[in-house]
Unconditional design. Structure first.
Length: 501
């Protein structure tokens, strides 16, 4: 894999290769089952988990309804605390802002905290093009970067790699980025972690500029919050002289009391911990404590358009816990790269098409990357009904219709390749509206059941390549009911016949 998602094929094509990779499937199965089992135990410890989940969803929904108000309040609070706020409408503008801010410091190297937003906008590539090296400091992100790879999981970006592969990557590539791996490096977790620690320590101590995201932003005080498990975030957020945080506008919460709910939901749903080992919070700048200059880049990049969709907007509740990935049978078999986005799995299948639209073949295929089993909704800590949004987006892909693009209502055309589906649905609707036609069709199908093919032609082959066509019954349910359950009864006084129950 090269370090870009551009030009990736549609999900079915990309997934086909992943499903045939036995080592990848083994890595994913082991990791996802381990994480979700631990999560289930951690969640079961809280008798009020259901109420916490409902509270998290309600806070997010209230915030999204008044997002303009809370963002303005956030800007006022950050500015009052000594920070500077920048607004970025899209990825290009965000990359331009960050590149300019780094150049103004005179530095050509930055250290980065793991950030989904910067992956989304392709910040590392933009900085590289400007002659600035971005050093990932999260262990899994470091593995991905050294291996010229792409993240495949929200929480564990290198979930598709095993220990032997990681050892080889460190031994071969670590020297290209700084301190080389120790001689005789083994694949034991302790040795791998020590190699990364020694390599990154040098980066932390020399860094003048740090780049981060944020899990939450508290509007009432302008406080940024990053939760992580390794301590690299704490180093990146405190040692550099300049800190630049790129954060999606949906990450704002109104108050500290609201934050309390999410600091209970997120750790248990992501790492199965009662609380994160490192929860870093900073408010603007303070003399003699932490970075002297703080910049907050508020990123839209399609979020306002998603907000205009009354069904799809619930995806903006997401707190990036990755619980939905760990229970998804499609993700477990296809892996994260097949989604062609920084957001893989079920949440990526509903978030990416809203942020990027469904014009490309890849983005139009993502709402179909699901069995609609509903497991993702059951584990989501903020109750995003992902199956509902998937069906909603499938309708948009197949039928087209009105959507909001950069704040303007626009009619999009149906995606290519869905003409047969639309024709079938219209024919079904017509038949269901005409009971006589439906009954006749059922009877003809029953009598001709021996002539039914074992495999379907054309697009139907994708179904029958892996499934048997259900056998047609000899009679319809309606006819069976009439034959076995409807009994003529004698009416009272007039000999009329009715239907017995």
């Amino acid at each position: 894999m090269v370090g870009t998602y551009l030009g990736m094929p549609a999900f079915p094509e990309a997934a086909r290769g992943a499903v045939g990779d036995a080592r990848l499937r083994s890595n994913l199965t082991h990791a996802t089952h381990t994480i979700r089992d631990k999560r289930a135990k951690a969640v079961a410890e809280l008798p009020d988990w259901g109420r916490l989940r409902a509270a998290g969803a309600a806070i997010k929904d209230r915030t999204l309804r008044h997002l303009d108000h809370y963002l303005e309040r956030l800007e006022e609070s950050v500015t009052a605390a000594g920070g500077q706020v920048h607004w970025a409408a899209d990825a290009r503008e965000a990359n331009r802002i960050v590149t300019r801010l780094v150049r103004e410091t005179g530095e050509d190297e930055v250290v980065k905290v793991k950030s989904m937003a910067t992956q989304e906008i392709g910040l590392n590539a933009a900085l590289t093009a400007a002659g600035i090296r971005a050093n990932e400091t999260d262990l899994a992100e470091l593995i991905v970067q050294l291996g010229d790879d792409l993240p495949s999981h929200i929480l564990v970006p290198a979930i598709h790699r095993n220990r032997g592969e990681i050892r080889d990557i460190f031994a071969e590539r670590m020297a290209d980025w700084g301190r080389p791996a120790p001689e005789g490096l083994t694949d034991s977790p302790a040795d791998l972690a020590e190699a990364a620690r020694l390599h990154l320590r040098q980066k932390f101590l020399n860094a003048k500029v740090g780049v981060s995201g944020a899990n939450f932003m508290v509007a009432e005080t302008g406080t940024m919050v990053v939760v992580e498990s390794e301590g690299n975030g704490r180093m990146c957020l405190t040692l550099p002289e300049t800190l630049i945080s790129v954060v999606g506008i949906e990450k704002v919460v109104p108050t500290w009391r609201d934050l309390e709910v999410f600091l209970q939901l997120l750790p248990r749903s992501s790492t199965a911990e009662r609380m994160n080992p490192y929860t870093s919070m900073w408010t603007g700048t303070s003399e003699g404590d932490g970075p002297r200059t703080f910049h907050l880049v508020l990123l839209d990049n399609g979020r306002t358009d998603a907000l205009a969709d009354t069904v799809g907007r619930q995806a903006l509740r997401c707190i990036r816990c990755s619980a939905c990935l760990n229970v998804c049978p499609v993700y477990e078999r296809a892996g994260g790269h097949a989604y062609g986005s920084a957001y893989p799995g079920p949440i990526g299948a509903v978030l990416t098409p809203q942020l990027r639209g469904v014009a490309s073949e890849l983005d139009a295929s993502l709402p179909y990357a699901s069995s609609l089993c509903g497991a993702c909704y059951e584990v989501c800590p903020v109750a995003i009904d992902i199956p509902e949004v998937l069906v909603h987006l499938r309708e948009r892909v197949a039928e087209g219709g009105e959507v909001t693009v950069r704040g303007t209502r626009t009619t999009v055309r149906p995606a290519r390749g869905h003409a047969a589906e639309r024709a079938a649905m219209r024919a079904s609707r017509w038949a269901l509206d005409h009971p006589g036609v439906l009954r006749a069709g059922q009877r003809v199908a029953g009598r001709a059941r021996r002539l039914a093919p074992r495999r379907l032609p054309g697009p139907g082959r994708a179904w029958t390549d892996t499934r048997d066509i259900p056998a047609l019954p000899a009679e319809s349910f309606r006819d069976w009911w009439r034959r076995t359950r409807e009994k003529p009864t004698r009416g009272r006084g007039n000999g009329a016949k009715g239907t017995g129950r």
